[in-house]
Write a protein that binds this ligand. Structure first.
Ligand code: CYT
Length: 472
C-alpha cells in the first residue's frame, strides 16, 4: 500500500477545507457509538463487581460518572468543529508548536496500547465461542485469532475517515440490535443476574473503592476519549451548530458505554469473573452465541479503526514523518504486545484498572490545560494559520511554558490524590489524609486549568496577543 493510493480519500493534519466538511451530526453519533459498542465496555461494569462493589452501586457509578465524563468528552468535539483542526494540532495553542509534541507522543503511544486492550476481549470471547463448537483453547489458536482480528482492524484504520464513517454507519445499527437481544436474554432469564448483590467491603475501603471506580469506569471513560474528539468532528461543516455536534457525540458515547457497562456488571454479578469467554458461555449458547461472536468481532474493529487513524494524526502532529507502512508495523507489533500482556496477566480486572488509572493521570491535566486555553483564555477563537507555522515564527510560540508548567502541576496534583491498585499509583494525600479516596481526575483537570489561567495573568505571552486578533 503506497501513500498515493490513499491520498485521495485521506486528509492529513491540515485544517479540513470547507468543501470537504460533509459529515453530519448523526454520523458523529454512529462513530462514537461504534467505538463504544466494544466488548471492552463490558469490562467497565464487570470491574466494579470484581473489585467488590454491589450491583446497584456499580450501575450508579457507571451512569452518574458517564453523565459527567461524556460531557467533558463532547466539549472537546466542539473544538474540532469550530476550527476544522485535529486534536493534537489544536493543543499547540496551549503548549506551543513544539511543546505540543509531548502530548502528541503520549497520545501516539497510548493509542497503540488501546489497540492491544481492545483486542484482548474479542480474542477471549471468540475462543469461548469456538470452544462451544469443539475448538480447543490453546495458545497457537489464540495467536491465529489475534492475528486475524489485528489484520482487519489495522487495514480499515489506515484507510481513514471516509471508510470509517461509512463502516460505522452501516454496522452500528445491526450491532445495537444484537446488543438489545443479548440484554433481553441476560436480564430475563432466571439465575443470570444477582440483582441483590451487595458490597463485601468494610465501610472505609468501600468509599475508597467507589471513588477509584468513579475514576476508572465512570467519569474516566469519557475523559479517556478526549484526545481523539476533534479528529472526527473537524469534518462537520460550520453550518451545523456546535451544540448539535456536542449532543450527537454525547449521546453516541453515553448510550452504548452505559448500556454495556450495565450488561457487564449484571452478568458478572453471578459469574463473579471478568473472563468474557466465561461470561458469554454462561449466558448465551447455540445460535445466539454466533450473533454475539459477530458483535464481539465488530467491536474492536469499530474502535481500533479510530485508534489507528488518530495514532497517525498524533504521530504527524508530533512532527514525525514516517511511511504508513512503518506505522502499520509499529501499530501491529505494539498491539500484539499489549494483547499478550492482558491475556497472560493474572487478573484482567487489575491490569485494566492500572491501565485506565495511569492514562487518566496524564489525560486529565492535559484536558484541564486545553479546556482553559480554548474556552476561557481564547474564548473559542484560534488563529488557525499560526498553529501550522514554524516553532520560531508561530504566534503560539515554540514551547509555551505556562502550558507545560500547568500540565506538570496538574499531573503532580492528580497523583497526590490518586489511589490505584499498585503502590506507584497511590499518592500520599489519598492514602494518608483521604482514607484512600481517588480524586485524581478532578484535581488533574482543575489544578492544571487553574494554574494555566493563573500563569496567563502573570505574563503576557505572545499567544495572548494573537487571541484578540483571532481569525479563521
Ligand atoms: N477509551 C478508549 C479511548 C481511546 N481508544 C480506545 O480504544 N478506548
Amino acid at each position: 500500500m503506497t501513500d498515493s493510493e490513499l491520498r485521495a480519500d485521506l486528509h492529513s493534519i491540515e485544517p479540513i477545507p470547507d468543501a470537504d466538511r460533509d459529515s453530519t451530526g448523526p454520523q458523529q453519533m454512529w462513530i462514537w457509538a461504534g467505538a463504544n459498542i466494544a466488548p471492552v465496555n463490558w469490562a467497565l461494569g464487570a470491574l466494579g463487581i470484581i473489585l467488590k462493589l454491589g450491583l446497584m452501586e456499580t450501575i450508579a457509578v457507571i451512569v452518574l460518572g458517564n453523565i459527567v465524563g461524556c460531557a467533558i468528552f463532547a466539549t472537546f468535539t466542539v473544538m474540532g468543529h469550530k476550527t476544522g483542526v485535529n486534536q493534537m494540532v489544536l493543543s499547540r495553542s496551549a503548549f506551543g508548536v513544539r511543546g505540543a509534541y509531548l502530548p502528541s507522543i503520549l497520545m501516539f503511544l497510548m493509542t497503540l496500547g488501546w489497540i492491544g486492550v481492545n483486542t484482548y476481549f474479542p480474542v477471549k470471547v471468540s475462543m469461548g465461542i469456538l470452544g462451544q463448537f469443539g475448538v480447543p483453547d490453546t495458545w497457537p489458536i489464540e495467536i491465529v485469532v489475534i492475528t486475524l482480528v489485528m489484520a482487519v482492524q489495522v487495514l480499515i484504520g489506515i484507510y481513514g475517515f471516509y471508510a470509517i464513517r461509512t463502516f460505522e454507519k452501516y454496522t452500528v445499527p445491526p450491532t445495537i440490535a444484537i446488543m438489545v437481544l443479548m440484554s433481553v436474554l441476560a436480564w430475563t432469564r432466571p439465575g443470570v443476574v444477582n440483582w441483590s448483590l451487595t458490597s463485601s467491603l468494610a465501610p472505609g475501603a468501600h468509599l475508597a473503592m467507589l471513588t477509584l471506580l468513579t475514576t476508572a469506569i465512570g467519569v474516566g471513560w469519557g475523559i479517556s476519549w478526549v484526545t481523539w474528539a476533534s479528529d472526527y468532528s473537524r469534518f462537520v461543516p460550520r453550518s451545523v451548530p456546535s451544540k448539535s455536534v456536542f449532543w450527537y457525540s454525547y449521546v453516541g458515547m453515553f448510550v452504548p458505554t452505559v448500556w454495556l457497562g450495565i450488561l457487564g456488571a449484571t452478568i458478572a454479578s453471578t459469574t463473579l469473573d471478568t473472563d468474557p469467554a466465561k461470561m458469554v458461555s454462561a449466558v448465551f449458547g447455540g445460535p445466539v452465541s454466533i450473533l454475539v461472536l459477530l458483535m464481539v468481532l465488530h467491536g474492536p474493529i469499530a474502535t481500533n479503526i479510530l485508534n489507528v487513524y488518530s495514532a497517525t494524526l498524533a504521530a504527524l502532529s508530533a512532527g514525525l514523518k514516517f511511511s504508513r507502512f512503518w506505522l502499520t508495523v509499529i501499530v501491529g507489533v505494539a498491539g500484539y504486545l499489549v494483547t499478550l500482556y492482558f491475556i497472560f496477566a493474572p487478573s484482567f480486572a487489575k491490569a485494566f484498572d492500572n491501565w485506565m488509572i495511569s492514562l487518566l493521570l496524564w489525560m486529565s491535566p492535559w484536558a484541564g490545560v486545553v479546556l482553559a486555553d480554548f474556552f476561557i483564555k481564547r474564548k473559542g477563537k484560534i488563529d488557525i494559520a499560526e498553529l501550522y507555522r514554524s516553532p520560531e515564527t508561530s504566534a503560539y510560540g515554540d514551547i509555551n511554558w505556562a502550558g507545560m508548567i500547568a500540565f506538570l502541576a496538574g499531573l503532580v496534583a492528580g497523583w497526590l490524590v490518586e489511589d490505584g491498585l499498585v503502590g506507584a499509583l497511590q499518592g500520599p494525600i489519598s492514602t494518608n489524609l483521604l482514607g484512600g479516596a481517588d480524586l485524581s481526575w478532578l484535581f488533574g483537570i482543575g489544578v492544571a486549568g487553574l494554574v494555566y489561567l493563573g500563569l496567563g495573568k502573570l505574563s503576557t505571552s505572545p499567544s495572548s496577543i494573537v487571541a484578540s486578533g483571532a481569525g479563521r
